[in-house]
Design a protein around this ligand. Structure first.
Ligand code: NAI
Length: 339
């Protein structure tokens, strides 16, 4: 009797209990063999994927040339990203060696809503009020915010997330300026916002939100020159990628008061810290430590995507991508290197 062919093996890196819960739930329909690993994939632990057919990774797993060579050597043909950004993959090197798929959109509104949560918390100083009232301090000194209505928001990148964000901000009756190398004038007209050049956006906005991908062009988009152009007291929100901001320049801006507040869901060197409990250790990143001392800075550890709906979408699309690969179908969510 012919032996039944065993189901493909998927190796998951950088997984937490909540990832395992949703993937296990949806895998009932697919029946893949799954091995979960808690840690990031690195050149030193790639060997864990030796028997795998597919490797699944997350935002801070670096898919370097070394990792690609090792995985390709084990016969892994597909790396599935459980995220939309793919700046962590050496796409040029991967070309022809291993295919890369991603989850292009899992819940743009989840990220847009978190962006607005950071804005409103910073503006109305909810993070400080929370501790004050717990300590029976019912004073308002230092908690004054501003009315969002009529203020100008600058949205950099009007893709899926930027568009969801603009709609919410228009709901506050804010004036919205946008910058995107590929403007969607039809959407702008429908929702009521205007595209301007980047300098004008920096100069005129009271609140600036970064919703573009990290690319060669956008690295350190917010640096001392950009901050120099901004209004005094500007609020900067980054739910895009850490390296969109040159953190040392942001700190100078915060110290001088030029930057009034900053909400950061991402950080340049986050891969060493975010998603981990390091509370019993000494924080050795001086830049991150300095940021954490400002009472007008809120850092969340890459949690903008973290809603039940988004996690279910991530798991569904990732398993769908993998199924398409095994079925020999066109990989609609493949990312390939382009010059
Ligand atoms: P998208 O691909 O739908 O939109 C990106 C937009 O940025 C496009 O309209 C593109 O034309 C524009 N863009 C490209 N280069 C630009 C530049 N130099 N300046 C201004 N705009 C530029 O992507 P989506 O889904 O809206 O996501 C945006 C980014 O948000 C992702 O690349 C990712 O880095 C980040 N993200 C963060 C998450 C979080 O949990 N904090 C979760 C998901 C995405």
């Amino acid at each position: 009797m012919a032996e039944a062919k065993s189901k493909p093996l998927i190796a998951f890196f950088d997984t937490k209990p909540y990832d395992r819960e949703v993937f296990n739930q949806l895998n009932d329909d697919y029946g893949y063999q799954i091995k979960y690993f808690q840690y990031h994939i690195t050149p030193d632990n790639c060997i864990l994927a030796k028997d795998a057919d597919v490797v699944v990774v997350f935002v801070n797993d670096i898919i370097s040339s070394d990792v690609i060579d090792q995985l390709a050597g084990f016969g892994v043909k597909l790396v599935a990203l459980r995220c939309s950004g793919f700046n962590n993959v050496d796409l040029k090197y991967a070309k022809g060696k291993i295919q890369i798929v991603r989850v292009p959109a899992y819940s743009p509104n989840a990220i847009a809503e978190h962006t607005v949560a950071l804005m409103m918390t910073l503006n109305r100083k909810i993070h400080r009020a929370y501790f004050r009232t717990r300590d029976a301090n019912f004073t308002l000194n230092g908690l004054m915010g501003f009315t969002m209505q009529g203020k100008t928001a600058g949205v950099i990148g009007t893709g899926k997330i930027g568009k969801a964000l603009v709609r919410i901000l228009r709901g506050f009756d804010m004036k919205v300026l946008a910058y995107d190398p590929y403007p969607d004038e039809k959407h702008a007209k429908e929702v009521g916002y205007s595209y301007v050049d980047l300098d004008s956006l920096m100069q005129q906005s009271d609140v600036i939100s970064l919703n573009c991908p990290l690319t060669r062009e956008t690295k350190w988009l917010i640096d001392k020159d950009a901050i120099g152009m901004m209004k005094k007291g500007v609020m900067i929100i980054n739910t895009g990628r850490g390296k969109l901001i040159r953190t040392t320049d942001l700190i100078v801006g915060l110290k001088s008061g030029k930057v009034g507040s900053a909400g950061l869901d991402v950080y340049e060197e986050e891969s060493e810290f975010f998603f981990e409990d390091l509370s019993d250790r000494v924080l050795f990143d001086d830049t991150l430590a300095r940021l954490l001392t400002f009472n007008n800075v809120i850092i969340t550890s890459h949690q903008a995507f973290f809603t039940r709906e988004a996690l279910m979408n991530i798991a569904g699309v990732t398993l769908g991508n993998i199924q398409d690969f095994f079925d020999g179908k066109k990989l609609v969510n493949e990312v390939v290197f382009s010059e």
